[in-house]
Design a protein around this ligand. Structure first.
Ligand code: GBH
Length: 517
């Protein structure tokens, strides 16, 4: 017993954490460095000239070097950012813009220099306006080859050993529904039926498959240890009864991952769609039947489950951990319950048997916009959020043995929340954000210091490759002549589940040996 206890202390679980953000929400510099307009630039400038926009936002474009220096102060070793497609491509899918590529290239180097692993999101909703003007963007199949061409440019530029973790498309359903069906966000296409969202999400799935296949065939992604994820927005559904809750979980979560894991929707997913009347097309049918070629192109194209989690549905308000600034009555979408994150991770692992990386998890403080600096920084509600969620994820990892390998807190900085500056998800406050003349000075919130201490004390073992600037791997003699990449850094793979289980025996044996001697 004592031996077991010691063994679990000495040999830590695999886990690392860090922060996320996205280009439009944080960069600003909307027309700097050869960047062309994205749909959000045009949407706000043309349709809502008096509303808040992200022309400046946190100005991270000019401040990323200082921002990234925060990571080691927290002991954070993962950093997620998105590339702005209109910053790196001319037109919709023309030539690359070398200045845009240089910007991200330098940012990636800075991430690595600060001891963190870059997670590159290819698409976080900021479509080039040119793609919209040419063929209405996600409303047309033409987006597929154009996206693949864009992804190809990213692999060529950053796939030299520096970037090994690729998130293709952020929250397919949110991007499709808001921008291309409900018309609430840019580019504001409206469509009465859900069919537009269904068609758009299908294009997201097909693109993900095509991009991963390109990486594998042209860039030898498997040998290089590249890992691909498809960050999906899920909320855990709890109640009112187990059957309907499970159907809701299936209808939400399996919609994203079934095709990319199995090649198609599974029968229980389709039944959940039909019983819940969810994700049905204009004719009331479950979405979409893929051709055999399409199924083959998607199957097995995610290497881990990328889980964006914020909220649990179906719990009484009295059971919520803390009120949220994105909660009722104003916004009503975030119901805070840490155990929901644990249950969601368990659900994913049971269904797909894959590693899980929480690619977003975060909290918007209540009325933070109206608080004094002192109130914002000493944020007891946010502290409670992180206490309950960090604990819940640790329980998933340690008690439930679910391989939650990483967590990316949303977000490093307070930023532009798709229309507002009053929902602040940042680990770090940005002074005067969204106001003219704001200094944009960064001030760390106390809850973030608590989280950093929590993980320091955990002494988890980082399973990700840290801090590898490109270096030539002499052991690799198989690289094809003329292949795009020569600099290949050694990649520590996310340990497979079976390895994790096996490795828990090894310490036990060592300890027994130690005691015998
Ligand atoms: C994430 O989506 C986004 O990836 C990220 O950009 C964003 O900053 C972050 O959330 C925080 O919101 O208006 O009631 O219909 C999270 C999932 C799905 C949450 C859509 C907000 C809108 C609910 N989002 N939801 S509602």
């Amino acid at each position: 017993m004592l031996v077991l206890l010691l063994a679990t202390r000495v040999f830590a679980y695999d886990f690392a954490w860090g922060f996320g953000g996205s280009a439009y929400q944080t960069e600003g510099a909307w027309n700097v460095g050869g960047k062309e307009p994205g749909v959000f630039d045009t949407w706000y400038h043309t349709n809502f000239p008096n509303a808040a926009n992200a022309d400046v936002t946190t100005d991270q474009y000019h401040r990323y070097k200082d921002d990234l220096k925060l990571l080691p102060t927290f002991g954070a070793t993962l950093y997620r950012f998105s590339v702005s497609w209109p910053r790196v491509m001319k037109g919709c899918s023309g030539e690359v813009n070398p200045e845009g590529i240089a910007f991200y290239s330098d940012m990636i180097d800075e991430i690595i220099k600060n001891g963190a692993v870059p997670f590159l999101t290819m698409y976080h909703w900021d479509l080039p306006q040119a793609c919209f003007e040419q063929y209405r963007g996600w409303a047309s199949d033409q987006i597929i080859p154009d996206f693949v061409k864009y992804a190809d440019a990213l692999f060529t530029a950053f796939g030299d050993g520096r970037v090994n973790y690729w998130l293709t498309i952020n929250e397919a359903e949110s991007g499709c529904k808001f921008g291309f069906q409900q018309g609430r966000l840019a580019p504001g296409l409206k469509n009465d039926t859900y069919q537009a969202t269904i068609d758009c999400v299908k294009r997201n799935h097909l693109i993900h498959g095509a991009v991963v296949n390109l990486a594998r065939s042209k860039y030898d992604a498997t040998r290089k240890g590249w890992k691909f994820g498809f960050p999906s927005n899920v909320e855990w559904n709890e109640g009112p009864d187990a059957v309907s809750a499970e159907k809701r979980n299936l209808a939400y979560a399996a919609w994203y991952h079934d095709p990319l894991v199995f090649g198609d929707f599974q029968q229980d997913t389709i039944s959940a769609f039909i019983d819940n009347k969810e994700n049905l097309d204009a004719a009331g049918r479950a979405p979409p039947s893929f051709t055999d070629t399409e199924k083959a192109s998607m199957k097995g194209t995610v290497d881990f489950i990328a889980m964006n989690y914020y909220s649990t549905a179906g719990i009484p308000v009295s059971q919520e951990d803390v009120p949220s600034g994105a909660g009722c009555p104003a916004y009503c979408w975030q119901h805070v319950w840490g155990q929901g994150a644990r249950k969601m991770a368990n659900w994913y692992y049971k269904r797909y048997n894959m590693d899980i990386i929480v690619t977003e998890l975060g909290y918007a403080g209540v009325n933070e916009a109206d608080m004094t600096l002192d109130q914002v920084v000493n944020d007891p509600n946010r502290l409670k959020f992180w206490q309950s969620h960090a604990t819940a994820l640790a329980q998933a990892l340690e008690e439930d043995q679910v391989p939650v390998k990483g967590m990316l807190m949303w977000s490093l900085l307070d930023n532009f929340e798709w229309g507002y500056y009053d929902q602040k998800f940042g680990a770090v406050h940005v002074v005067g954000l969204g106001t003219s003349g704001g200094t944009l000075e960064r001030v760390v919130k106390n809850s973030t210091r608590w989280l950093a201490d929590y993980y320091r004390q955990k002494k988890y073992k980082n399973p990700f490759a840290v801090g590898k600037l490109p270096s030539f791997d002499e052991n690799v003699s198989t690289s094809k002549p003329g292949a795009a990449n020569t600099g290949v850094a050694t990649v520590t793979k996310i340990q497979s589940v079976s390895t994790t289980k096996f490795s828990s025996i090894v310490p036990l044996l060592c300890m027994m040996l130690f005691f015998i001697l």
